[in-house]
Design a protein around this ligand. Sequence first.
Ligand code: DCP
Ligand code: MG
Length: 355
Amino acid sequence: MRKIIHIDMDAFYAAVEQRDNPELRGKPIAVGYGEARGVVATASYEARKYGVHSAMPSLTAKNKCPGLIFVPPRFEVYHEVSMQIREIFLEYTDLVEPLSLDEAFLDVTVNHKNNPSASLIAKEIRQKIFETTGLTASAGVSVNKFLAKIASEYKKPNGFFVIPPDKAEKFVEDLAIEQFFGVGKVTAQKMHDHRIFSGLDLKQRTETELVHLFGKAGHDFYLYARGIDNREVKPNRIVKSVSNETTFLQDKNNRILLTVELYHLAKEVFERIEAENFHGKTITIKIKYADFKIITRSKTLPKKITAFHQFWHIAREMMKQIDLSAQPVRLIGFGISNAEDEPLKKYQQLELKLF
Ligand code: DCP
Ligand code: MG
């Protein structure tokens, strides 16, 4: 039996803004732009009381909560905190699978501290996160990813919850179908159309029926309904060569969120190319939409770029051109290619001089 922890920062961007600006503490704030076409990236818990939430149009949010304070996002700071918490996770295990900047799965079945208690590890991690960043995180502990993630949601914010294996089935029965892994708006609607509203409803359907309705995902839903999830924790965000990508648990069409994710990917790629002294001239952004259609946008520069701000400026401009109006995004990727072959060039120059 495995020991899995899911950690998720509370009101992440909003909490960072309140940390860094004491005047914002205790107040309803939204990270995002308060303009006509803006959307809320996230809201402080004070603002959530008024019904303000992620992905809500800014104007709607303002109507719901007239005192709402909009704060523009600061990509660099969120990235920095994300790296700090990642370091803390890696003290315990190499099996860390980040899902976005502020959340990750950890498999601590075997761990660097030889601590047999996943609950104690989760508590320590929450404590360390608070000491290091001044921010709170919620943690869930269970025997698989599905249950651990549900557990971390359950007592949010600043919460901690364990789902022991013998309680899992009952727990899942009571869940709303929207809370299941991989159930976004479209799937939730389809579930509702077939009179599936809870885990219990789901459990009463046969596997054949679910596969017929949802394809391959139907098989997973069948198992989730029984508290079973065999997916491994995959440390998938370790930078591979010079490109990096993230698949979201739920599709996203929020431009701020996607830009922050892109910043994070770009920064990781950049740190890697610095370390390996690999410098390219082509920047590529890859987007996979909800319907699995993939688009890539590339830009090739006359010469290699060495400063991160130049690099990011271009990536950000490219991101602005990506169409998010038709459908949400399930994956975003970033890469650098077209390296200048330095040794060859020197050799060629030498040749020129010689002849
Ligand atoms: N985010 C975003 N747009 C969304 C959802 C999230 O820009 N539609 C960003 C802002 C969040 C961060 O991602 O701060 C993390 O997302 P979470 O879903 O974990 O939300 P929060 O951390 O803000 O709140 P909580 O986890 O306490 O519910
Ligand atoms: Mg969070």
